[in-house]
Structures are given as structure tokens and as C-alpha cells.
Design a protein. Sequence first.
Length: 168
Amino acid sequence: MAKPNRVLVTAQELEALLGGSDLPSKKVDSFFPHRMLFLVVLASAYIACLIFIPEKLAQNFTSNPILIHKLTSYFYVRGFMLLFVMLVGVYSYTKAWYTALIFYSLALISSSNFFLDIFDIYIDKFSNPTIGFTLVFLLRLAGWAFIITNVLKCKELPAIQDRWRFGK
């Protein structure tokens, strides 16, 4: 006889296990707001480029007209998906809405996108890198590292009222 379906762990219990509870922890990471600001600014610039100039970006990565068309569509859609993901992340951080769970999801999404870009889109640029490409790659690497750091420091989140306060 089959047992009825029931949830083994609720979302609130999972959030508490991951370390994103609303209870103030003893140790608070004072650099959390700075990392979040860097990520929001970096993602906003990246989103603006993906949405407003996807064809120019595609032309930087290939000269094949068919690939330019495919990459343009890919970049445009990816820009809107990144906008949605960023807004969910900022809302989660600001309102303490399953912050640890959302940050783990963001880390998974950003890791898969970053490594997909390395092995799919950037592969031709690695053979002949430019200064601009190197700077963009280093910024993306720093952004990815900050996302991973935020995930690891979820237990040290500032209080809700201090999440966007700088200099504390």
C-alpha cells in the first residue's frame, strides 16, 4: 500500500538549516552590503548590455552571420532572465525572504552560466584575448566569487534594517 505524499522538510526548516534565519547571529559580516552593491551594479551593467546591444556583443565573439543571429537572440533572452533573477535576489536579500535558499539558487545559476560561457562563448576569445575581454572576464570572475562568498556567509547576514547600510 502506497503512503500518502507529504513534505519531509518545509521551506522554513530548509532555510533555517542553510543559515538564513531571521534571528540575529553573533557574528555579522559587515561587508555583505558592499558585496551586494557590487553584484547589483555589475549585473545591471551586464543586463543593460545584453538587452540593448546584443548584436554588438555577438559580433565581438564571432564573425559567422548565422552564429551572430543565434547569439543575438540568446543574449537578449538571457538579459531578461538575468533581470528577473537579479530582482528576485535583491528582494530576497532586502526582505529576508528565504535568503539562504535564494542565494544557493543564484550560486547554482551563476555557476552554470559562467562555466557555460567559458566553454561555449568565450572559447574563441581565449586564443586571442583583448584587454577589454580580459577586464570583462575578470569582473565576471569577481562577481562569481562574491556570489559564492555570499552563499558561504549566509549565517552572518546583517539585520534586516542594516542590509543596505554601508560603513557599519
